[in-house]
Design a protein around this ligand. Structure first.
Ligand code: RBF
Length: 173
């Protein structure tokens, strides 16, 4: 599933409806922070370019990508958000941890989408090495953090348009 020819970072923000009332959460994993902080930068720039107010962008950090799930759930219980962006970077090592973590994170974030009325956006890079990751964090293959933010904007607008508040299933603090 190659993405090198699908650089969504050239999305068109002007085609979106008014985003100025959207409230967006963001959870960033500190593991591989050389990569994830660049993705965070790209995501915040995209949100601001779309008109999301600074005070309506809520960010927290967690240790590794595995903790994105709990972090995303926690921020969703605390703030009245329209979407949550999960940003991480898992780089293949010499043990099966890569597959284990990737599977757990993808499944966990998918489950959050299912049990709540809130969109949780999967902004997790899974690469063979750091070079590939940096190419996707502001390098030649765009910034996947910016793309995750664009997806969050679209889903946040959709939620405002069609959805109700989170059902609360599993989200009471
Ligand atoms: N977290 C990441 O976000 N990216 C990684 O590439 C990554 N590699 C890991 C490799 C090993 C062997 C272990 C034990 C953890 C790794 N983690 C990584 C951290 C993981 O997401 C989590 O923070 C810890 O397992 C604690 O729950």
């Amino acid at each position: 599933m190659a993405t090198s020819d699908q650089n969504l970072s050239q999305f068109d923000l002007s085609k979106l409806d008014d985003c100025s009332s959207l409230r967006i959460g963001m959870v960033i994993a500190e593991w591989n922070r050389d990569v994830t902080y660049k993705m965070r930068e790209g995501a915040i720039a995209t949100l601001k370019d779309a008109g999301v107010k600074h005070q309506n962008i809520h960010t927290i950090e967690v240790q590794g990508s595995f903790e994105l799930i709990a972090g995303a759930r926690l921020i969703a219980t605390r703030e009245n958000l329209d979407a949550v962006i999960c940003i991480g970077c898992v780089i293949k090592g010499e043990t099966p941890h890569f597959e284990v973590i990737n599977h757990a994170v993808a499944t966990g974030i998918a489950e959050l989408n299912v049990i709540s009325g809130l969109p949780f956006i999967f902004g997790v890079l899974t690469t063979d090495n750091q070079e590939q990751a940096l190419e996707r964090a502001g390098g030649q293959h765009g910034n996947k953090g910016s793309e995750a933010a664009f997806t969050a904007l679209k889903m946040g607008l959709l939620k405002k348009d069609l959805g109700k508040s989170p059902t609360g299933v599993g989200f009471r603090s």
